[in-house]
Design a protein around this ligand. Structure first.
Ligand code: ADP
Length: 459
Protein backbone atom coordinates (compact mmCIF):
# COMPACT_ATOMS: atom_id res chain seq x y z
CA UNK A 1 0.00 0.00 0.00
CA UNK A 2 1.06 3.61 -0.57
CA UNK A 3 2.70 5.50 2.29
CA UNK A 4 1.94 8.98 1.01
CA UNK A 5 -0.34 10.29 -1.70
CA UNK A 6 -1.19 13.68 -3.12
CA UNK A 7 -4.76 14.92 -3.33
CA UNK A 8 -5.25 17.23 -6.30
CA UNK A 9 -8.68 18.56 -5.45
CA UNK A 10 -10.59 20.66 -2.95
CA UNK A 11 -13.75 20.81 -0.84
CA UNK A 12 -15.79 17.81 0.18
CA UNK A 13 -14.17 15.31 -2.18
CA UNK A 14 -10.68 16.22 -0.93
CA UNK A 15 -11.95 15.60 2.59
CA UNK A 16 -13.63 12.33 1.58
CA UNK A 17 -10.36 11.02 0.10
CA UNK A 18 -8.35 12.29 3.07
CA UNK A 19 -10.56 10.48 5.59
CA UNK A 20 -10.11 7.27 3.64
CA UNK A 21 -6.33 7.72 3.57
CA UNK A 22 -6.20 8.36 7.31
CA UNK A 23 -8.05 5.09 7.87
CA UNK A 24 -5.60 3.28 5.59
CA UNK A 25 -2.60 4.86 7.36
CA UNK A 26 -1.61 6.85 4.27
CA UNK A 27 -0.18 10.36 4.62
CA UNK A 28 -1.74 13.06 2.46
CA UNK A 29 -0.20 16.01 0.68
CA UNK A 30 -2.82 18.47 -0.49
CA UNK A 31 -2.31 21.02 -3.24
CA UNK A 32 -4.53 24.08 -2.84
CA UNK A 33 -5.17 27.53 -4.25
CA UNK A 34 -4.68 30.63 -2.07
CA UNK A 35 -8.49 30.98 -2.13
CA UNK A 36 -8.72 27.72 -0.15
CA UNK A 37 -6.00 28.55 2.39
CA UNK A 38 -8.52 28.48 5.26
CA UNK A 39 -10.27 25.30 4.18
CA UNK A 40 -10.74 22.21 6.34
CA UNK A 41 -8.79 19.89 4.00
CA UNK A 42 -5.77 22.23 4.34
CA UNK A 43 -6.04 21.89 8.13
CA UNK A 44 -6.44 18.12 8.14
CA UNK A 45 -3.90 16.93 5.57
CA UNK A 46 -0.40 15.85 6.55
CA UNK A 47 1.15 18.60 4.44
CA UNK A 48 -0.39 21.36 2.33
CA UNK A 49 1.20 23.04 -0.68
CA UNK A 50 -0.17 26.27 -2.15
CA UNK A 51 0.19 26.08 -5.93
CA UNK A 52 -1.43 29.30 -7.11
CA UNK A 53 -4.32 31.74 -6.99
CA UNK A 54 -8.07 31.05 -7.15
CA UNK A 55 -8.47 30.63 -10.91
CA UNK A 56 -8.46 26.85 -11.62
CA UNK A 57 -6.29 27.41 -14.70
CA UNK A 58 -3.64 28.87 -12.39
CA UNK A 59 -3.89 26.25 -9.64
CA UNK A 60 -6.00 23.06 -9.71
CA UNK A 61 -5.48 22.57 -13.44
CA UNK A 62 -1.69 23.02 -13.43
CA UNK A 63 -0.77 19.45 -14.34
CA UNK A 64 2.99 19.96 -14.50
CA UNK A 65 3.18 21.92 -11.23
CA UNK A 66 1.08 19.31 -9.41
CA UNK A 67 3.23 16.42 -10.62
CA UNK A 68 6.43 18.28 -9.70
CA UNK A 69 5.02 19.00 -6.24
CA UNK A 70 4.12 15.32 -5.85
CA UNK A 71 7.72 14.38 -6.65
CA UNK A 72 9.19 17.03 -4.37
CA UNK A 73 6.99 15.83 -1.50
CA UNK A 74 7.72 12.14 -2.19
CA UNK A 75 4.16 11.15 -3.02
CA UNK A 76 3.76 7.76 -4.64
CA UNK A 77 0.37 8.48 -6.17
CA UNK A 78 -2.07 11.30 -6.98
CA UNK A 79 -5.82 11.16 -6.39
CA UNK A 80 -7.53 13.65 -8.73
CA UNK A 81 -11.05 13.42 -7.18
CA UNK A 82 -13.68 14.54 -9.71
CA UNK A 83 -13.70 17.52 -12.05
CA UNK A 84 -10.40 19.40 -12.58
CA UNK A 85 -7.76 16.89 -13.88
CA UNK A 86 -9.69 13.71 -13.08
CA UNK A 87 -10.52 12.85 -16.70
CA UNK A 88 -7.46 14.36 -18.32
CA UNK A 89 -5.53 11.65 -20.17
CA UNK A 90 -2.43 13.85 -20.55
CA UNK A 91 -2.31 14.32 -16.80
CA UNK A 92 -2.59 10.57 -16.20
CA UNK A 93 0.24 10.10 -18.69
CA UNK A 94 2.37 12.78 -17.07
CA UNK A 95 1.98 11.04 -13.71
CA UNK A 96 3.08 7.79 -15.27
CA UNK A 97 6.11 9.36 -16.98
CA UNK A 98 7.19 10.73 -13.62
CA UNK A 99 6.81 7.42 -11.83
CA UNK A 100 3.71 8.47 -9.94
CA UNK A 101 0.58 6.32 -9.85
CA UNK A 102 -2.56 8.07 -11.11
CA UNK A 103 -5.44 6.91 -8.91
CA UNK A 104 -7.83 6.11 -11.71
CA UNK A 105 -7.76 4.12 -14.93
CA UNK A 106 -4.96 4.25 -17.52
CA UNK A 107 -4.50 7.26 -19.80
CA UNK A 108 -5.60 5.07 -22.70
CA UNK A 109 -8.89 4.14 -21.00
CA UNK A 110 -9.59 7.80 -20.24
CA UNK A 111 -8.92 8.61 -23.88
CA UNK A 112 -11.05 5.72 -25.16
CA UNK A 113 -14.05 6.85 -23.13
CA UNK A 114 -13.38 10.61 -23.06
CA UNK A 115 -14.00 11.01 -26.76
CA UNK A 116 -17.73 10.39 -26.45
CA UNK A 117 -18.30 9.90 -30.13
CA UNK A 118 -15.46 7.35 -30.45
CA UNK A 119 -16.68 5.61 -27.28
CA UNK A 120 -20.12 5.34 -28.88
CA UNK A 121 -18.68 3.57 -31.95
CA UNK A 122 -16.65 1.24 -29.77
CA UNK A 123 -19.67 0.38 -27.64
CA UNK A 124 -21.80 -0.33 -30.67
CA UNK A 125 -19.14 -2.70 -31.99
CA UNK A 126 -19.02 -4.41 -28.60
CA UNK A 127 -22.75 -5.05 -28.64
CA UNK A 128 -23.75 -2.35 -26.12
CA UNK A 129 -26.92 -0.54 -27.28
CA UNK A 130 -26.27 3.11 -28.14
CA UNK A 131 -28.79 5.85 -28.97
CA UNK A 132 -29.61 5.90 -32.71
CA UNK A 133 -27.63 8.71 -34.31
CA UNK A 134 -24.59 9.60 -36.39
CA UNK A 135 -22.00 6.98 -37.24
CA UNK A 136 -19.16 9.28 -36.38
CA UNK A 137 -18.57 12.99 -36.15
CA UNK A 138 -20.96 15.46 -37.78
CA UNK A 139 -19.00 18.15 -39.59
CA UNK A 140 -21.74 20.63 -40.46
CA UNK A 141 -25.34 21.64 -39.83
CA UNK A 142 -26.12 20.35 -43.31
CA UNK A 143 -24.82 16.88 -42.49
CA UNK A 144 -26.71 16.96 -39.19
CA UNK A 145 -29.93 17.69 -41.12
CA UNK A 146 -29.39 14.71 -43.42
CA UNK A 147 -28.90 12.34 -40.48
CA UNK A 148 -31.85 13.82 -38.60
CA UNK A 149 -34.10 13.26 -41.66
CA UNK A 150 -33.12 9.59 -41.56
CA UNK A 151 -33.52 8.89 -37.85
CA UNK A 152 -36.35 11.38 -37.26
CA UNK A 153 -36.70 14.45 -35.04
CA UNK A 154 -36.18 15.52 -32.30
CA UNK A 155 -32.41 15.16 -32.13
CA UNK A 156 -29.64 16.12 -29.76
CA UNK A 157 -26.40 17.67 -30.97
CA UNK A 158 -23.60 16.75 -28.61
CA UNK A 159 -19.96 17.72 -28.21
CA UNK A 160 -17.57 14.80 -28.44
CA UNK A 161 -15.47 16.31 -25.65
CA UNK A 162 -18.61 17.29 -23.69
CA UNK A 163 -19.14 17.13 -19.95
CA UNK A 164 -21.26 18.77 -17.27
CA UNK A 165 -24.14 19.14 -19.73
CA UNK A 166 -22.22 21.64 -21.85
CA UNK A 167 -22.00 21.60 -25.64
CA UNK A 168 -25.43 20.01 -25.99
CA UNK A 169 -28.46 21.37 -27.90
CA UNK A 170 -31.80 19.90 -28.97
CA UNK A 171 -33.41 20.45 -32.38
CA UNK A 172 -37.05 19.61 -33.06
CA UNK A 173 -36.95 20.35 -36.79
CA UNK A 174 -34.58 21.24 -39.64
CA UNK A 175 -34.93 24.98 -38.93
CA UNK A 176 -33.63 24.52 -35.41
CA UNK A 177 -30.59 22.50 -36.48
CA UNK A 178 -28.70 25.48 -37.85
CA UNK A 179 -28.70 27.48 -34.59
CA UNK A 180 -28.41 24.38 -32.40
CA UNK A 181 -25.32 23.20 -34.27
CA UNK A 182 -23.63 26.58 -34.18
CA UNK A 183 -24.29 27.34 -30.53
CA UNK A 184 -23.40 23.82 -29.32
CA UNK A 185 -20.18 23.91 -31.32
CA UNK A 186 -19.24 27.39 -30.07
CA UNK A 187 -19.92 26.37 -26.47
CA UNK A 188 -17.86 23.19 -26.86
CA UNK A 189 -15.02 25.09 -28.49
CA UNK A 190 -14.82 27.59 -25.65
CA UNK A 191 -15.38 25.09 -22.82
CA UNK A 192 -13.23 22.19 -24.07
CA UNK A 193 -11.12 23.70 -26.87
CA UNK A 194 -12.72 21.13 -29.16
CA UNK A 195 -15.81 21.76 -31.28
CA UNK A 196 -16.19 18.19 -32.61
CA UNK A 197 -19.88 17.32 -32.74
CA UNK A 198 -22.01 14.20 -33.09
CA UNK A 199 -25.72 13.60 -33.14
CA UNK A 200 -28.14 11.39 -31.22
CA UNK A 201 -31.86 10.95 -31.32
CA UNK A 202 -33.39 12.83 -28.39
CA UNK A 203 -35.02 10.22 -26.18
CA UNK A 204 -38.06 12.00 -24.80
CA UNK A 205 -38.17 12.30 -21.02
CA UNK A 206 -35.96 9.30 -20.24
CA UNK A 207 -34.62 8.08 -16.94
CA UNK A 208 -30.91 8.54 -16.37
CA UNK A 209 -29.68 5.22 -14.99
CA UNK A 210 -26.02 4.58 -14.31
CA UNK A 211 -24.10 1.54 -13.12
CA UNK A 212 -21.17 1.67 -10.75
CA UNK A 213 -18.20 -0.31 -12.03
CA UNK A 214 -15.17 -1.46 -10.10
CA UNK A 215 -12.22 -3.18 -11.74
CA UNK A 216 -8.67 -4.10 -10.78
CA UNK A 217 -5.43 -4.63 -12.70
CA UNK A 218 -5.81 -8.41 -12.42
CA UNK A 219 -8.72 -8.63 -14.85
CA UNK A 220 -11.61 -8.53 -12.38
CA UNK A 221 -14.52 -6.26 -13.27
CA UNK A 222 -17.70 -6.13 -11.17
CA UNK A 223 -20.72 -3.84 -10.92
CA UNK A 224 -22.30 -2.49 -7.74
CA UNK A 225 -25.79 -1.93 -9.04
CA UNK A 226 -27.41 1.17 -10.42
CA UNK A 227 -28.27 4.72 -9.43
CA UNK A 228 -31.24 6.67 -10.73
CA UNK A 229 -29.98 10.20 -11.42
CA UNK A 230 -33.00 11.46 -13.34
CA UNK A 231 -33.56 14.38 -10.97
CA UNK A 232 -31.51 16.86 -12.95
CA UNK A 233 -31.65 20.55 -13.68
CA UNK A 234 -30.04 21.64 -16.95
CA UNK A 235 -28.42 18.19 -17.23
CA UNK A 236 -26.84 18.62 -13.77
CA UNK A 237 -27.80 16.02 -11.20
CA UNK A 238 -29.52 17.21 -8.04
CA UNK A 239 -30.89 14.10 -6.33
CA UNK A 240 -29.61 10.56 -6.81
CA UNK A 241 -30.87 7.29 -5.42
CA UNK A 242 -30.19 3.57 -5.37
CA UNK A 243 -31.74 1.24 -6.32
CA UNK A 244 -33.82 2.68 -9.19
CA UNK A 245 -37.53 2.26 -8.55
CA UNK A 246 -38.30 2.13 -12.29
CA UNK A 247 -36.30 -1.06 -13.01
CA UNK A 248 -37.68 -4.59 -13.06
CA UNK A 249 -35.24 -7.33 -12.02
CA UNK A 250 -35.06 -8.44 -15.66
CA UNK A 251 -34.25 -4.96 -16.98
CA UNK A 252 -31.75 -4.38 -14.16
CA UNK A 253 -29.89 -7.54 -15.02
CA UNK A 254 -29.85 -6.72 -18.78
CA UNK A 255 -28.50 -3.25 -18.07
CA UNK A 256 -25.89 -4.55 -15.63
CA UNK A 257 -24.71 -7.00 -18.28
CA UNK A 258 -24.42 -4.18 -20.83
CA UNK A 259 -22.54 -2.01 -18.31
CA UNK A 260 -20.04 -4.81 -17.65
CA UNK A 261 -19.66 -5.35 -21.37
CA UNK A 262 -18.97 -1.63 -21.86
CA UNK A 263 -16.28 -1.59 -19.17
CA UNK A 264 -14.75 -4.86 -20.34
CA UNK A 265 -14.49 -3.52 -23.90
CA UNK A 266 -11.67 -1.26 -22.71
CA UNK A 267 -10.31 -3.67 -20.05
CA UNK A 268 -11.37 -1.14 -17.41
CA UNK A 269 -9.87 -0.85 -13.94
CA UNK A 270 -10.54 1.57 -11.02
CA UNK A 271 -13.96 3.11 -10.28
CA UNK A 272 -16.06 4.07 -13.27
CA UNK A 273 -19.66 4.72 -14.20
CA UNK A 274 -21.53 3.53 -17.25
CA UNK A 275 -24.42 5.89 -17.99
CA UNK A 276 -27.60 5.00 -19.85
CA UNK A 277 -30.82 6.73 -20.81
CA UNK A 278 -33.87 4.51 -20.38
CA UNK A 279 -37.06 5.29 -22.30
CA UNK A 280 -40.60 4.67 -21.11
CA UNK A 281 -40.83 1.42 -23.11
CA UNK A 282 -37.90 -0.15 -21.29
CA UNK A 283 -35.30 0.44 -24.04
CA UNK A 284 -31.95 1.55 -22.72
CA UNK A 285 -29.02 3.15 -24.49
CA UNK A 286 -25.41 3.81 -23.49
CA UNK A 287 -24.61 7.55 -23.41
CA UNK A 288 -21.16 7.71 -21.84
CA UNK A 289 -18.73 6.27 -19.34
CA UNK A 290 -17.20 8.46 -16.63
CA UNK A 291 -13.72 7.28 -15.78
CA UNK A 292 -13.46 8.60 -12.21
CA UNK A 293 -15.20 8.63 -8.85
CA UNK A 294 -18.62 10.31 -9.14
CA UNK A 295 -20.18 12.95 -6.89
CA UNK A 296 -23.02 10.52 -6.18
CA UNK A 297 -20.84 7.52 -5.24
CA UNK A 298 -22.03 7.53 -1.58
CA UNK A 299 -25.51 6.21 -2.44
CA UNK A 300 -23.89 3.07 -3.83
CA UNK A 301 -21.64 2.81 -0.79
CA UNK A 302 -24.66 2.98 1.50
CA UNK A 303 -26.59 0.18 -0.22
CA UNK A 304 -23.58 -2.10 -0.82
CA UNK A 305 -21.39 -1.35 2.22
CA UNK A 306 -18.36 -1.06 -0.10
CA UNK A 307 -16.00 1.91 0.36
CA UNK A 308 -15.43 2.88 -3.28
CA UNK A 309 -12.58 5.30 -2.60
CA UNK A 310 -10.75 2.65 -0.59
CA UNK A 311 -11.15 0.16 -3.44
CA UNK A 312 -9.95 2.78 -5.90
CA UNK A 313 -6.77 3.40 -3.89
CA UNK A 314 -6.16 -0.34 -3.39
CA UNK A 315 -6.52 -0.95 -7.12
CA UNK A 316 -4.07 1.84 -7.95
CA UNK A 317 -1.60 0.21 -5.56
CA UNK A 318 -1.90 -3.01 -7.58
CA UNK A 319 -4.03 -4.93 -5.10
CA UNK A 320 -6.96 -7.10 -6.07
CA UNK A 321 -10.53 -5.95 -5.45
CA UNK A 322 -11.48 -6.88 -1.90
CA UNK A 323 -14.98 -7.91 -3.07
CA UNK A 324 -16.29 -10.32 -5.69
CA UNK A 325 -19.51 -9.95 -7.68
CA UNK A 326 -21.14 -12.58 -5.47
CA UNK A 327 -20.35 -10.43 -2.38
CA UNK A 328 -22.42 -7.52 -3.70
CA UNK A 329 -25.93 -7.38 -2.25
CA UNK A 330 -28.12 -4.30 -2.42
CA UNK A 331 -29.56 -3.57 1.02
CA UNK A 332 -32.35 -1.03 1.49
CA UNK A 333 -32.56 2.32 -0.24
CA UNK A 334 -30.25 5.36 -0.29
CA UNK A 335 -30.90 8.93 -1.45
CA UNK A 336 -28.46 11.79 -1.89
CA UNK A 337 -29.40 15.48 -2.07
CA UNK A 338 -26.89 18.00 -3.34
CA UNK A 339 -27.05 21.22 -1.35
CA UNK A 340 -25.97 24.07 -3.57
CA UNK A 341 -25.21 27.68 -2.70
CA UNK A 342 -27.85 29.07 -5.06
CA UNK A 343 -31.22 30.77 -5.06
CA UNK A 344 -34.03 28.75 -6.67
CA UNK A 345 -36.36 31.77 -6.67
CA UNK A 346 -33.83 33.74 -8.71
CA UNK A 347 -33.47 31.12 -11.39
CA UNK A 348 -30.94 29.25 -9.26
CA UNK A 349 -28.38 32.05 -9.37
CA UNK A 350 -25.18 31.11 -7.48
CA UNK A 351 -24.97 32.60 -4.00
CA UNK A 352 -21.35 32.75 -2.83
CA UNK A 353 -20.59 34.40 0.51
CA UNK A 354 -19.80 33.72 4.14
CA UNK A 355 -21.55 30.96 6.10
CA UNK A 356 -22.62 32.78 9.25
CA UNK A 357 -24.27 29.91 11.04
CA UNK A 358 -24.09 26.22 10.28
CA UNK A 359 -25.77 23.14 11.62
CA UNK A 360 -25.68 19.78 9.89
CA UNK A 361 -28.06 16.89 10.64
CA UNK A 362 -27.12 13.60 12.23
CA UNK A 363 -28.81 10.43 13.35
CA UNK A 364 -29.15 6.85 12.27
CA UNK A 365 -27.95 6.28 8.71
CA UNK A 366 -27.59 9.97 7.92
CA UNK A 367 -24.31 10.91 6.24
CA UNK A 368 -23.04 14.41 5.46
CA UNK A 369 -20.19 15.00 3.01
CA UNK A 370 -19.10 18.62 3.21
CA UNK A 371 -16.08 20.80 3.90
CA UNK A 372 -18.22 23.68 5.19
CA UNK A 373 -17.74 25.20 8.64
CA UNK A 374 -19.23 28.16 10.40
CA UNK A 375 -17.49 31.30 9.20
CA UNK A 376 -16.13 29.76 5.99
CA UNK A 377 -16.43 31.55 2.69
CA UNK A 378 -18.04 29.90 -0.31
CA UNK A 379 -15.95 31.09 -3.22
CA UNK A 380 -17.46 32.30 -6.49
CA UNK A 381 -14.52 30.65 -8.25
CA UNK A 382 -15.66 27.07 -7.82
CA UNK A 383 -18.67 24.81 -8.10
CA UNK A 384 -21.66 25.90 -6.02
CA UNK A 385 -22.13 22.47 -4.41
CA UNK A 386 -21.73 23.08 -0.67
CA UNK A 387 -22.70 19.73 0.83
CA UNK A 388 -24.19 16.33 0.10
CA UNK A 389 -26.65 14.73 2.46
CA UNK A 390 -27.06 11.00 2.07
CA UNK A 391 -29.56 8.84 3.91
CA UNK A 392 -30.07 5.11 4.01
CA UNK A 393 -33.17 3.21 5.14
CA UNK A 394 -34.77 -0.20 4.65
CA UNK A 395 -37.19 1.14 2.00
CA UNK A 396 -37.65 4.11 -0.33
CA UNK A 397 -40.43 5.87 1.59
CA UNK A 398 -38.52 5.54 4.85
CA UNK A 399 -35.49 6.99 3.09
CA UNK A 400 -37.60 9.93 1.89
CA UNK A 401 -38.87 10.52 5.44
CA UNK A 402 -35.32 10.36 6.76
CA UNK A 403 -34.17 12.83 4.11
CA UNK A 404 -36.97 15.26 5.06
CA UNK A 405 -35.84 15.10 8.67
CA UNK A 406 -32.19 15.63 7.66
CA UNK A 407 -32.98 18.59 5.40
CA UNK A 408 -35.27 20.16 7.99
CA UNK A 409 -32.50 19.95 10.56
CA UNK A 410 -29.91 21.56 8.29
CA UNK A 411 -29.26 25.26 8.88
CA UNK A 412 -26.95 27.24 6.61
CA UNK A 413 -27.19 30.98 7.20
CA UNK A 414 -25.47 33.81 5.38
CA UNK A 415 -25.94 32.44 1.87
CA UNK A 416 -28.93 31.23 -0.16
CA UNK A 417 -29.29 27.49 -0.63
CA UNK A 418 -31.62 25.08 -2.39
CA UNK A 419 -32.51 23.25 0.87
CA UNK A 420 -36.17 24.34 0.83
CA UNK A 421 -36.45 23.41 -2.82
CA UNK A 422 -35.09 19.92 -2.09
CA UNK A 423 -37.57 19.63 0.78
CA UNK A 424 -40.46 20.56 -1.51
CA UNK A 425 -39.42 17.70 -3.79
CA UNK A 426 -39.25 15.29 -0.84
CA UNK A 427 -42.91 16.17 -0.08
CA UNK A 428 -44.07 16.10 -3.70
CA UNK A 429 -46.48 13.21 -4.42
CA UNK A 430 -45.02 12.57 -7.90
CA UNK A 431 -41.55 12.18 -6.48
CA UNK A 432 -42.81 10.02 -3.63
CA UNK A 433 -44.63 7.73 -6.06
CA UNK A 434 -41.56 7.45 -8.26
CA UNK A 435 -43.31 9.30 -11.11
CA UNK A 436 -40.31 11.20 -12.37
CA UNK A 437 -37.84 11.25 -15.23
CA UNK A 438 -35.24 13.74 -16.46
CA UNK A 439 -38.00 16.27 -17.27
CA UNK A 440 -39.29 16.37 -13.66
CA UNK A 441 -37.38 19.39 -12.32
CA UNK A 442 -37.91 21.52 -15.42
CA UNK A 443 -41.65 20.85 -15.37
CA UNK A 444 -42.14 21.04 -11.59
CA UNK A 445 -39.95 24.02 -10.61
CA UNK A 446 -42.58 26.74 -11.01
CA UNK A 447 -45.26 24.63 -9.34
CA UNK A 448 -43.01 23.81 -6.39
CA UNK A 449 -41.99 27.44 -5.91
CA UNK A 450 -45.64 28.64 -6.17
CA UNK A 451 -46.72 25.95 -3.73
CA UNK A 452 -44.04 27.13 -1.32
CA UNK A 453 -45.02 30.81 -1.67
CA UNK A 454 -48.74 30.05 -1.18
CA UNK A 455 -48.18 27.89 1.87
CA UNK A 456 -45.95 30.56 3.41
CA UNK A 457 -48.56 33.31 2.92
CA UNK A 458 -51.27 31.07 4.45
CA UNK A 459 -49.16 30.78 7.56
P1 ADP B 1 -22.47 15.23 -19.96
O1 ADP B 1 -21.23 14.40 -20.14
O2 ADP B 1 -22.31 16.63 -20.43
O3 ADP B 1 -23.05 15.11 -18.59
P2 ADP B 1 -24.28 13.21 -21.00
O4 ADP B 1 -24.09 12.59 -22.33
O5 ADP B 1 -23.92 12.39 -19.80
O6 ADP B 1 -23.52 14.62 -20.98
O7 ADP B 1 -25.79 13.67 -20.85
C1 ADP B 1 -26.23 14.45 -19.76
C2 ADP B 1 -27.72 14.28 -19.59
O8 ADP B 1 -28.41 14.67 -20.78
C3 ADP B 1 -28.15 12.84 -19.34
O9 ADP B 1 -28.16 12.52 -18.00
C4 ADP B 1 -29.57 12.84 -19.89
O10 ADP B 1 -30.45 13.38 -18.93
C5 ADP B 1 -29.48 13.80 -21.04
N1 ADP B 1 -29.25 13.09 -22.33
C6 ADP B 1 -28.08 12.75 -22.88
N2 ADP B 1 -28.24 12.13 -24.07
C7 ADP B 1 -29.57 12.07 -24.27
C8 ADP B 1 -30.40 11.58 -25.34
N3 ADP B 1 -29.90 11.04 -26.43
N4 ADP B 1 -31.73 11.72 -25.20
C9 ADP B 1 -32.27 12.29 -24.10
N5 ADP B 1 -31.56 12.78 -23.09
C10 ADP B 1 -30.23 12.69 -23.16
Amino acid sequence: MFKRIMIANRGEIALRIMRCCTELGIETVLVYSSEDADSIPVQLCTQAVCIGPAAPAKSYLLAETIVQAAKAYHCEAIHPGFGFLSENAEFAELCQENGIEFIGPSAQMIRDMGDKQAARSRMRKSGVPVVPGSDGIVASAEEAKQIAEKIGYPVLLKASAGGGGRGMRTAFDADEIETAFESAQAEAQSAFGDGTMYLEKLILNPHHIEFQILGDKHGHIIHLGERDCSMQRRNQKLIEEAPAKCLTPKLRSAMAKAALRAASAVGYYSTGTVEFVLDHDGHFYFIEMNTRIQVEHPVTEMVTGVDLVKEQIRVAAGLKLSVKQSDIHIEGHAIECRINAENPAKNFAPSPGTVEFLHFPGGFQVRVESALYQGCRISPWYDSMAAKIIVHAPGRLEAIRRMRMALEETIIEGIDTNIDFLLLIMFNPDYMMGNFDTSYIESHTQGLLDWDRESRSEN
